[in-house]
Design a protein around this ligand. Structure first.
Ligand SMILES: *Cc1c(COP(=O)(O)O)cnc(C)c1O
Length: 212
């Protein structure tokens, strides 16, 4: 049951020694509105989606319920307008062009869009994300993007050595004390992510069950 699963995940989070505050983000890609509603009914507020069309249906359907929506999927240019109009957080910024489009398209009546740089922390050629050596240069541009707030970093590490990758992320975070967010840790590795300073953990399977 989704309610019991949420409680179990929260207990796992509480059982890790940490001083930062940790927010559980429910990754709801492929899940039905009914499944999301079950989580909402027991107080879950943060949801993350990877696929824009699917997300827009859910956001629209659930809009009276004060939810906080995170976009965590790859961003093609033709998606930035709807992302800028409908989301609170974007975790998957990996190039300046995307950031500029989101900045230009964020409606003025909404709060600034909170964004994270997705880091290709294991330097994997097949994965998206900013390389570690590109971070500093990319960050210099955010001062001019007045409709975005850069809050920190996100990664999807190689599961074979995620602990090491989380430690590298912690070091990157410490180099940027003005930023307060690290989005890392999924169902199988949330403990080591939190031990390394994660402030968002992104959990799908352990809340909603295996995806089809
Ligand atoms: C699907 C997904 C998750 C959730 O993964 P689980 O293993 O189901 O907990 C987290 N982050 C991203 C970027 C994802 O695409």
């Amino acid at each position: 049951m989704i309610k019991d699963n949420l409680e179990k995940v929260q207990i796992r989070i509480n059982n890790v020694n940490h001083t930062q505050s940790v927010t559980l983000v429910a990754v709801s890609k492929t899940r039905s509105i009914d499944e999301l509603q079950q989580a909402i009914d027991v107080g879950q507020q943060h949801f993350a989606e990877n696929y824009l069309q699917e997300a827009l249906i859910k956001i629209n359907h659930l809009k009276s319920q004060n939810l906080i929506w995170h976009f965590i999927g790859p961003i093609q240019s033709n998606k930035t307008l709807k992302i800028a109009q409908n989301f609170d957080w974007v975790h998957s910024i990996d190039r300046l062009k995307t950031a500029k489009r989101l900045n230009n398209q964020r409606p003025k009546f909404l709060p600034k869009l909170k964004v994270l740089l997705q880091i290709n922390i294991d330097n994997e050629p097949t994965k998206s994300g900013v390389l570690v050596e590109q971070i500093d240069e990319l960050m210099t541009h955010f001062e001019n993007l007045k409709n975005l707030t850069l809050r920190g970093f996100m990664c999807i590490p190689n599961p074979d050595n995620s602990q090491q990758s989380f430690t590298k992320m912690a070091e990157i975070g410490k180099r940027c004390p003005e930023l307060d967010t690290l989005s890392m840790g999924m169902s199988h590795d949330l403990e080591s992510a939190i031990a390394n300073g994660a402030t968002f953990v992104r959990i799908g399977t352990d809340i909603f069950g295996k995806r089809a």
